[in-house]
Design a protein around this ligand. Structure first.
Ligand code: NAP
Length: 270
């Protein structure tokens, strides 16, 4: 007997933590459905969506590297994501059964800091890739103050500032940090297998928050440095769980049981 399912697609895909998260919630809610990890190569993306569109058990998918931009060519974009974040991480069926693409990374990033008042406050963001786009989209919506982007390729940062209508400047990775209320690492630096991120946190005020969206390892070098300086920190699992929660609702029409987050974090940190 067939049963509903959703999945995460990417190339490679074995490392994805999405199945652990969604299965944990399905299990807690006793929903008879599955969530899989499916390898899809770039040249198979069109065929993949054609097949799944016809599969009535398929509730949708999360999309990871390298398909977040290319997927926009294969599914409708009712929210106009192409013109804003420029990448989708979730495809679901709307109430008519038609596919729709969306991006839950921006809201997932925002959820652990939604209680902060960052309006007109200076912020700093490391990175100018796909994740940085979601971060800057969220920051632009709340009307933060001056934004300093630090990136290996400064030109990419300048394009993002202009694209999101943000005021600020772009510095190389060794540029001095501004006195930012929030520092976000949205680059791959500090991730397992990638070079470390070395920043002098000295210019940050004592009440600054340091948010690293890298989740492997969980306690990155940046977060260790911030801890040592006595700054508040937020790790990448917060965003990972936040973006998954929004996708889960779209797939399974049920709110994930977030009261079990501590147990879920333990499972993911293993
Ligand atoms: P991406 O589009 O490939 O962007 C990578 C960024 O890192 C770019 O700014 C790039 O600089 C920089 N970079 C890469 N290698 C570098 C190096 N050797 N030296 C200096 N800079 C380097 O990747 P992404 O999709 O934005 O992902 C970035 C990170 O965010 C990853 O660790 C990913 O796992 C994490 N992430 C986490 C979540 C979550 O839910 N927690 C969600 C999405 C992504 P250039 O512009 O100069 O190339």
């Amino acid at each position: 007997m067939s049963r509903p399912y959703a999945e995460v697609i990417g190339d490679p895909i074995a490392h994805s933590k999405s199945p652990l998260i969604h299965r944990f919630w399905l299990d807690r809610l006793k929903i008879e459905a599955d969530y899989r990890a499916t390898h899809v190569a770039a040249d198979a993306l069109g065929v993949y969506f054609d097949e799944r569109r016809r599969d009535r058990d398929w509730r949708g998918c999360n999309i990871t590297v390298p398909h977040k931009e290319a997927a926009l060519m294969h599914v409708p974009d009712p929210g106009g994501i192409r013109q804003t974040i420029g990448a989708i991480n979730t495809v679901f069926r709307d109430e008519t059964g038609e596919l729709a693409g969306t991006n839950t990374d921006a809201a997932g990033f925002w959820s652990p800091i939604s209680a902060l008042d960052l309006r007109d406050k200076p912020v700093a963001v490391v990175g100018a890739g796909g994740a940085a786009r979601a971060v800057l989209f969220a920051l632009a919506r709340v009307g933060v103050g001056e934004v300093t982007i630090l990136n290996r390729t400064p030109l990419k940062g300048a394009g993002l500032l202009a694209g999101f209508g943000l005021k600020g400047k772009v510095l190389p990775l060794d540029g001095p940090l501004p006195p930012a209320a929030l520092l976000v690492n949205a680059s791959t630096l500090g991730m397992t297998g990638q070079p470390p991120l070395h920043l002098d946190l000295g210019p940050l005020p004592d009440d600054a928050i340091v948010y690293d969206i890298v989740y492997s390892p969980l306690q990155t070098g940046l977060l260790q440095d911030a801890d040592a300086r006595g700054l508040d920190t937020i790790d990448g699992l917060e965003m990972l769980i936040g973006q998954a929660a929004l996708a889960f609702e779209l797939f399974f029409d049920a709110e994930p049981p977030r009261q079990h987050d501590d147990e879920l974090r333990e499972l993911l940190a293993r």
